[in-house]
Design a protein around this ligand. Structure first.
Ligand code: KG4
Ligand code: ZN
Length: 346
């Protein structure tokens, strides 16, 4: 008689920026618990993440969040097979909190430690519900700190094809939201404002960096929105206060469309270049419905059509499920870290 193999439970820990998160995931995809303590309220008044405040809040929340993740998962400590922690990239003084907690638990419980690249974990979110990943795949990560295109050979093998040379896509959303005086965090605010706007109202630039490039640049479009609102070289009045809701909506929709056009074009180029059968999409900006819809259209209309795998919305922004899920693949491959593990900003 065949005995069913025991499932592998990974405790994932994430503190790379402004979410303190812990999760227990079985076999890379069965989510037993997922806890996220968001710091949005703490950073709101500054219009962006303040590293020292983030670090302090992680210190306060890390153990309650981990304890609750274990309680909700209803697993005994002996049933946890390994501790996976995001140790790069991110804010060093934020990452160090998760890394220290993970190392402590690993040492005290005698469980293996697994180091996770936060960006690769974002892509893992896109693979959560997929049994059969058709390769080759092109993978786009669009987050607050990064915009990267990869040739994905497996969850553990990613070759960088291109990345942003200045602002990340999410950063551009956040900065444009600030220019338009929309609430923090900027990405969801732009998306909401854009729903009622005309995406063709204003022709903002699409920076392509040449016909072959797979790199991105979003600082030009951010400056174009700034000059549109405050005059060329910011020499005019700030017109945002006197703009109607419709005008703000039109700017948001036109900006959003321009950014999506660039992301689509570059991903399409990369997919053609590597002959991709699958497109993977992850990171905070992947929560944007318009972006998801347009990527789906691109994949459907490609010849031959490509499969789009996009992270479920709750797992687009930072979470620990993606860390535990990628941890499972590293566990299976025997890729462990030791107690000398340090956080790394890049
Ligand atoms: O992946 P993430 O949570 O953190 C980083 O690793 O950076 O991404 C956060 C970014 C922020 O810039 C936020 O404004 C953006 O994702 N974002 C969105 C949406 N939701 C979050 N951008 C556009 N549309 C959204 N719905
Ligand atoms: Zn992230």
């Amino acid at each position: 008689m065949q005995t069913k193999s025991k499932s592998v439970n990974i405790l994932g820990i994430e503190t790379s920026c402004d979410e303190t998160a812990a999760a227990v995931v079985a076999d890379g995809r069965i989510i037993k618990s997922s806890l996220i303590a968001s710091q949005t309220k703490l950073h709101e008044k500054y219009g962006g993440v303040v590293p020292e405040i983030a670090s302090r809040a992680h210190i306060e929340k890390i153990y309650p969040v981990i304890a609750e993740a274990i309680t909700q998962a209803s697993v005994a400590k002996n049933d946890i097979d390994a501790i996976a922690v995001a140790n790069q990239p991110g804010l060093t003084i934020a990452l160090v909190v998760g890394v220290t907690a993970a190392k402590t638990i690993s040492f005290v419980w005698g469980k293996p430690l697994i180091a996770i690249n936060h960006l690769y974990a974002h892509l893992q979110s896109a693979m959560l519900s997929e049994d059969n990943l058709e390769l080759p795949a092109v993978a786009l990560i669009v987050s607050g700190g990064h915009t990267c295109l990869y040739d994905c050979q497996s969850p553990l093998e990613l070759k960088l094809l291109g990345s942003t040379i200045d602002d990340a896509a999410g950063e551009a959303f956040d900065k444009v939201a600030t220019i338009l005086k929309l609430p923090y965090p900027g990405g969801p605010s732009i998306e909401k404002a854009a729903e009622k706007g005309n995406p063709d109202a204003i022709k903002f630039p699409r920076t392509m960096l040449g016909t072959q490039s797979l790199d991105f640049s979003f600082s030009g479009i951010k400056t174009a929105v700034l000059y549109y609102c405050r005059g060329q070289d910011m020499k005019g009045e700030d017109k945002v206060d006197s703009m109607s809701r419709q005008q703000i909506a039109d700017i948001a929709a036109s900006f959003q469309k321009a950014v999506i056009d660039v992301l689509l074009e570059k991903t399409h180029r990369a997919a053609e270049r590597i002959g991709a059968k699958t497109v993977l999409l992850g990171g905070g900006v992947a929560a944007n419905s318009e972006l998801r819809n347009r990527f789906q259209e691109m994949c459907n209309s490609a010849a031959p059509p490509k499969k789009l795998l996009v992270a479920p919305k709750p797992y687009c922004t930072d979470n620990a499920v993606m860390v535990a899920s990628l941890g499972y693949h590293k566990f299976k491959a025997g890729l462990f870290a030791d107690l000398t593990l340090e956080p790394a900003a890049m």
